[in-house]
Design a protein around this ligand. Sequence first.
Ligand code: GUN
Length: 295
Amino acid sequence: MSAIIIDGKQAAAEMRVEIARQVAELQASAGVTPGLGVILVGQDPASASYVTAKEKACAEAGMFSEDRRLSPDISQADLLAEVGRMNADPRIHGILVQLPLPRHIDEKAVINAIAPAKDVDGFTPVNIGRMLIDEPCYLPCTPHGIIQLLIRSGVETSGRHAVVVGRSNIVGKPVAHLLMRKAPGGNATVTVCHTGTRDLASFTRQADILVVAAGRAGTVTGSMIKPGATVIDVGVNRIPDATARNGFRLVGDVDFASACETAGRITPVPGGVGPMTITMLLHNTLESARRAASR
Ligand code: GUN
């Protein structure tokens, strides 16, 4: 079998055209330009490239973005002050603090400092709590992007078995919730596997929908996939490659070549989940600007 490729780049491009149209409409009707405040601490190349992609996407959608690239030595107090300043800035409707933060910074304290009304990443305890009890909230971008990809690709989730590999706060935990909630792209029976799981393959082989967010290349290979299953690969791993321009190439957590032999559909890396994450960030920022305009 040769799996159908789920094209996240294409789906994201279609959604971004619609978001750009709605941004222009909000500007015309309310005089409000959605604005995103972006904070990057340090010079991790992968984080820097994500942040640059997010800012470029904002500009293309007609949004305003303010970029703060801060020293890796910044104190916790100075970083909290930067978040506080963005909380108070009416031009900024969404705040994104790129994770991970340096070890001397208390990540939880920084996330907690983001005003929930501007938490377009959906990372604050208030947003996560609201999501869990199905109250209005900003859905975390990568999990929401995954659900949108499933819906747009016509993958039935209701009554199916979804297996999530990974239990992070950013992906594993929230995507498990979205897959199980009673809503489009949900209503699945969900199993969550993690580093404590014994015999991972015995679970992944039961999955109609397999979401892999383990953070390790090669976590899932073709023989671990049920024939015909839908595989969503959330991993982004840099592998040294002397033939590549940058000296590395990106691979997911799934061994793509062998997975294509067994899966029915699969997301590539790059060009699968990544572009959808950025799109859902734009979606949330637009939504926040709309709420600000109607206050
Ligand atoms: N680091 C990895 N993924 C994300 C994300 O979606 N948002 C932020 N802020 N940091 C990240």
